[in-house]
Design a protein around this ligand. Structure first.
Ligand SMILES: Nc1ncnc2c1ncn2[C@@H]1O[C@H](COP(=O)(O)OP(=O)(O)OP(=O)(O)O)[C@@H](O)[C@H]1O
Length: 741
């Protein structure tokens, strides 16, 4: 039943000729005339009901005493604006929603095409192999039935019973009257039939001799079909009913009320109400109900399975949305079929020549087929799911969008070394696969170097952005112009780590990787460096909460239990109706997205398979080459020397066993031998700047250089140098800091 609360005009309470009490009339009464008092316990579903205190009731003493709960009308009269607003809400629109809204019009059009093409196809297939043989089979019988009917008509068979009756009753007068009438009729009908026979014969002969063969065939087909239809048995129709391929139910308020009753969401004395009529919404029904007072969204959520059963649909067809105006108002979308099992199709990125990563880009569609746009600006994204659900594919679609913006710097690390990310080598600034060194490359070391490089970059960006003049950087934040200015070297950056648990559980470097990633996920998005991590193990050991919690956006594909869903999406998500454990195995690439925008909900991500990805990345590489933005690994450039991070260990490595203090320039020469690519340029400097380079590099670690005296050829020579004890103390301090995270 559809309920539309009608608000009475102010100062004109319905059903009351005059004001009898200080209690305001209940404004949401439905019937314009006073309703008959229902029998006790009888509740009309969907009707607003209110029990007003009966002041004559001796048991209602307590209610009559004291100040009235409602303010007197004279003090707070309902305003005309309120009344008009209520009327506005209650008024039904002239045209139904599906006519007015373009997406619903499209849905109806699609439905009509789908429906009628299915019906036409159904009959077209059956026409030659079922309907034609049936017509041919039944047409002789039809011809016999027809001629028999004409014979009966000509010879007045319908009067036979009466004539026989007059014979049995020996009523001669009646019999003579009926016989005369019959003779007249037979004569007339005989003439008509003979004439019709001649006309028919002449027409047939004319047709046979003069008509083109198509007309002859058409006439024959029409005659045979007519005879076939006449000859078909009454219990077996010639044409079957088309069983269309999809199931579309007509939803009624009775079904919805039944669902709430079996789900235990209604009270004995109060049912649900329908603030808006049930209507079509895309490929499904939109139902808005008001639960009984005291019941709320979470109750409906808990009863999701029972509600689906009461509606006689699969749970995957029922979607619940909160309503902002009331906690007992729920909006249901009841899909005609499981929308999540319908693939969303190929990613539109496959046809895109380039993407502006500053703007949202298409990532998928929601359950109703509405586009879902993604953005990675100012946020980090965590993707989690059990294996084979589309975790990598969904994360990769985002990385592909980034690749198609030539000004986005990409870091890609895949803990599993799967083939999925290999082709990103064409565009990625830094890339690594797995955790096992191969072909002379240690991927974990490379990740560490990249993380440190990025951390230094982020720190540097903060400084530089705050130093930029206001006309260049008005809000102290990265802008599209700054990010695309090559001289500024602050491009939007996407740091992708797939199967992050492989790196975080690394026995030697896991802790440092974790602390660097926590730093980046927390601090870097604000300067245009976004982190996207994915994992199939979101537990505290494999992917600790200190990292998970830094991700502002979460995407959970199917998981095993609602607790895991909450771990990925964040505590409390289950209570908001977000439970990725309800997704099915068949829901590939489908997940729940939270935190990317104000809305949370389902995303059926677009598909881009391995070949699609390769095509996009080849295009992206060409684009970057043309724009001159190919850098790092993709351009064959080695990482910048990590002087700051490794200098302590390197100096320690070049100290001789018993050496207590060594001159700086000696140390630099030895460092150049150890790592010529890093320290070679220092070694080429003169003695003083050489020593100063080392002093500057060690200063951040608290290692000062001292004057060290040596006797050379009987002469006392003083030069600045490093003491072993100072170095050891700095290394211990650094290690303690690192362990503490
Ligand atoms: N959006 C999508 N639409 C349709 N199918 C998809 C979609 N995304 C993924 N799939 C299918 O799911 C399969 C698994 O995807 P994917 O490799 O991304 O899963 P995964 O969760 O990363 O698995 P693993 O943990 O084993 O790497 C793919 O091979 C693909 O066939």
């Amino acid at each position: 039943m559809t309920e539309n609360p009608v608000f009475p005009p102010p100062n004109d309470p319905e059903g009351t000729g005059e004001r009898t009490a200080d209690v305001l009339p209940f404004p949401l009464k439905k019937n314009p005339t006073p309703p008959a008092v229902p029998a006790e316990g009888e509740v009309k579903p969907g009707e607003w009901e209110a029990e007003l205190p009966d002041t004559d009731d001796p048991e209602a003493d307590g209610l009559a005493e004291g100040a009235p709960a409602d303010p007197p009308r004279e003090v707070y009269p309902p305003s005309v604006a309120e009344w008009m607003e209520a009327k506005d809400k209650a008024r039904l629109s002239v045209l139904p929603d599906w006519v007015k809204l373009p997406d619903q019009r499209t849905a109806v059009r699609k439905w009509a095409v789908r429906h009628y093409s299915a019906v036409i196809g159904y009959h077209a297939v059956r026409l030659p192999c079922i309907y034609t043989p049936k017509v041919l089979w039944y047409s002789p019988r039809g011809a016999w039935r027809w001629s028999a009917a004409i014979g009966r008509w000509v010879f007045d068979a319908e009067g036979k019973t009466l004539r026989l009756h007059s014979v049995v009753n020996e009523d001669a007068a009646e019999y003579l009257k009926l016989s005369r009438q019959r003779n007249d009729r037979v004569r007339l009908r005989g003439i008509v039939a003979t004439l019709a026979g001649f006309v028919g014969l002449a027409a047939t002969l004319t047709l046979f001799v003069m008509a083109p063969s198509w007309l002859l065939l058409l006439s024959l087909a029409a005659l045979t079909t007519t005879l076939g239809v006449v000859g078909a048995p009454a219990d077996r129709p010639l044409i079957d009913l088309a069983k269309v391929t999809f199931r579309k139910r007509k939803l009624s308020s009775d079904i919805v009320i039944r669902a709430h009753e079996v789900a235990g969401l209604t009270e004995r004395e109060q049912s649900i109400a329908f603030p808006r009529p049930i209507g079509r919404d895309g490929d499904g029904w939109r139902v808005i109900v008001d639960l009984p007072y005291g019941k709320h969204f979470q109750d409906a959520l808990k009863a999701h399975g029972r509600l689906a059963s009461g509606l006689d649909i699969a749970p995957t067809q029922l979607f619940l949305d909160k309503d902002e105006t009331s906690n007992r108002r729920i909006s249901y979308w009841i899909a005609d079929r499981d929308p999540l099992a319908v693939p969303s199709g190929k990613s539109p990125l496959l046809g895109a020549t380039r993407v502006d990563f500053w703007k949202p880009f298409p990532w998928g569609v929601d359950e109703r087929g509405n586009p879902v746009m993604a953005t990675m600006l100012w946020l980090s994204l965590l993707v989690g799911a059990v294996p084979r659900q589309g975790k990598t594919f969904s994360a990769r679609t985002i990385a592909l969008a980034a690749a198609l913006d030539p000004y986005v710097r990409l870091y890609v690390f895949d803990g599993k070394a799967s083939p999925d990310w290999r082709k990103f080598a064409l565009v990625a600034h830094r890339i690594g696969f797995g955790i096992v060194p191969k072909n002379g490359v240690d991927p974990v070391g490379h990740l560490l170097t990249s993380l440190r490089e990025l951390k230094a970059d982020v720190e540097d960006r903060y400084h530089r952005l705050s130093e930029l003049p206001l006309h260049v950087c008005p809000e102290g934040k990265l802008t599209p112009e700054i990010s695309r200015d090559k001289k500024m070297n602050m491009p939007l950056t996407l740091f992708v780590v797939d199967e992050v648990q492989e790196y975080l559980t690394h026995p030697e470097h896991g802790k440092e990787i974790l602390s660097l990633m926590v730093y980046l996920a927390r601090v870097a998005p604000a300067v245009g460096v976004s982190v996207m991590t994915s994992t199939q193990k979101p537990d505290d050991k494999a992917c600790p909460s200190e990292l998970r919690d830094q991700h502002q956006a979460r995407f959970a594909l199917r998981v095993g239990a609602y607790q895991v869903s909450d771990v990925i999406l964040g505590a409390g998500s289950y209570g908001e109706g977000l439970d990725a454990s309800k997704l099915l195995k068949s829901h590939k690439g489908v997940g729940l997205l939270k935190g990317m925008s104000d809305d949370s909900g389902i995303v059926r991500t677009y598909l881009a398979d391995g070949r699609d990805a390769e095509r996009v990345l080849t295009r992206a590489a060409a684009l970057r080459e043309a724009e001159g933005t190919l850098s790092g690994d993709a351009a064959g450039e080695a990482p910048a020397p990590e002087v700051s991070a490794t200098v302590l260990d390197d100096v320690a490595a070049v100290l001789g066993k018993g050496e207590v203090k060594v001159w700086s320039e000696t140390i630099v020469d030895r460092l150049a031998d150890l790592r010529p690519d890093v320290y070679g340029p220092w070694a080429e400097l003169d003695a003083k700047p050489k020593a100063e380079a080392l002093t500057a590099a060690l200063k951040p670690f608290g290692v000062a250089t001292d004057q060290i005296s040596r006797r050379i050829d009987g002469r006392q020579v003083n030069k600045r140098g490093i003491k072993r004890d100072d170095l050891a103390a700095a290394i211990t301090q650094r290690n303690e800091k690192r362990d503490a995270g």
